[in-house]
Design a binder for this molecule. Structure first.
Ligand SMILES: Cc1ncc(COP(=O)(O)O)c(C=O)c1O
Length: 287
C-alpha cells in the first residue's frame, strides 16, 4: 500500500515521519482548532466555509495561525495529487505551537499546522438509506461548543457510550433540550417541518448550513428551534449530518424504532438534493 503523505509545518512528509513535539499546546491543552472536509472528485466541498469557521474560532481564542485560505487550498490539492485520492477527507489542525507548559499564551511560539488527506470510501445510496441507530445522553460540554477545538473529551465519551450500547451516534441533551450529536448535527422532521437546534453554543455545522439552503431552495420548511427529547422520540423522522457522514437517517433511538424504522421521505429527498449539490460544486458524486 502507498505511504500516505501529510503536510506538517511547511513540509510534505510520510505519515510515519510526521511528529509533533511533546510540548505542543495542542497536545498539552487542546489549545488547537481543527476542520474536516470531504473531497469529491478531487475537489474539496465547501472548503471556504470550513476555513471561514476556523478563522472565526481563531479570532475568538486570539490565535493567528498565519495560513491563508488559498494556502490551505493549495496544500490540499497537493496532498490529493501526491496521495492519488480524489475521494477523500481532509483533516486540518492548527495549534498555538510548542512552548514550555504554562497556561497563558506563549510569547513567541510558532503555530503548528497539520493537513492530512486520507482516502474515503463513498457510501452507496442503498446502504445510506438503511440508516443508523442512536442513543440519547447528557451533553456534558462547556460554553465554547461553537469553537471547533480539539477539546473533544465529552464528545468522545458520548460516542463511546453509543458504540458500547450498539448504536452509531449519541444525541446530546442539555437543559431538557436536544442539542446535537457527538460529531454530527441533529434534525427532526414532524408535520412537514425540519427542526434543528439554533446556533447557540453548538457547533455551527457546515453541512447544517447546506441543509438550510437545500430546504429553502426546495421549499421544505426549515426551523431553527429547540425541541425536547419527547419531541425527538415522537418525531416522524430523525436524521444527522456531518461533512464526512453527509446525511444519515436515524432509524432507531434508544432501542425503539423511529416511525416505521425506515428512512423518511424528507430525509431521502435531502439525501438526493445533497448529492445534486455535490455534483454541481465538485463535478461528480460517486455513490
Ligand atoms: C459536535 C459536532 N456537531 C456537528 C458536526 C458537523 O459539522 P460539519 O457539518 O461542519 O461537519 C460536528 C463535526 O465534527 C461536530 O463535531
Amino acid at each position: 500500500m502507498k505511504t500516505q503523505t501529510v503536510y506538517l509545518n511547511g513540509e510534505y512528509l510520510p505519515l510515519e515521519d510526521a511528529f509533533i513535539h511533546v510540548e505542543d499546546r495542542g497536545f498539552n491543552f487542546a489549545d488547537s482548532l481543527y476542520e474536516v472536509t470531504r473531497i469529491y472528485n478531487g475537489v474539496p466541498f465547501t472548503l471556504d466555509r470550513h476555513l471561514a469557521r476556523m478563522e472565526r474560532g481563531a479570532g475568538l481564542i486570539r490565535f493567528d495561525y498565519g495560513v491563508s485560505r488559498d494556502e490551505f487550498a493549495t496544500i490540499i490539492d497537493e496532498l490529493v495529487s501526491r496521495n492519488e485520492t480524489p475521494e477523500a477527507m481532509a483533516y486540518i489542525q492548527v495549534s498555538r505551537g510548542r512552548a514550555p507548559r504554562d497556561h497563558p499564551f506563549p510569547v513567541s511560539a510558532k503555530p503548528t499546522v497539520l493537513v492530512m488527506v486520507k482516502a474515503h470510501e463513498p457510501v452507496p445510496r442503498e446502504e445510506r438509506l438503511r440508516g443508523k441507530t442512536a442513543i440519547t445522553t447528557a451533553d456534558l460540554r462547556y460554553q465554547f461548543c461553537d469553537i471547533k477545538s480539539t477539546a473533544l473529551l465529552p464528545n468522545v465519551l458520548a460516542c463511546q457510550q453509543a458504540r458500547e450500547q450498539g448504536a452509531y451516534e449519541a444525541i446530546m441533551i442539555r437543559d431538557g433540550m436536544v442539542t446535537e450529536g457527538s460529531n454530527t448535527s441533529v434534525y427532526i422532521v414532524s408535520d412537514g417541518i425540519v427542526r434543528t437546534y439554533p446556533l447557540v453554543n453548538i457547533l455551527p455545522g457546515i453541512t447544517r448550513s447546506v441543509i438550510a439552503e437545500l430546504c429553502r431552495e426546495d421549499e421544505i420548511n426549515f426551523s431553527e428551534e429547540v425541541f425536547t427529547p419527547q419531541q425527538l422520540r415522537a418525531a416522524e423522522e430523525i436524521f444527522i449530518t456531518g461533512s464526512v457522514a453527509e446525511i444519515i437517517p436515524i432509524v432507531a433511538l434508544d432501542g425503539q424504532p423511529v416511525s416505521d424504522g425506515a428512512a423518511g421521505e424528507t430525509t431521502c429527498r435531502l439525501i438526493d438534493l445533497y448529492a445534486d449539490r455535490v455534483r454541481s460544486d465538485c463535478g461528480a458524486y460517486t455513490p
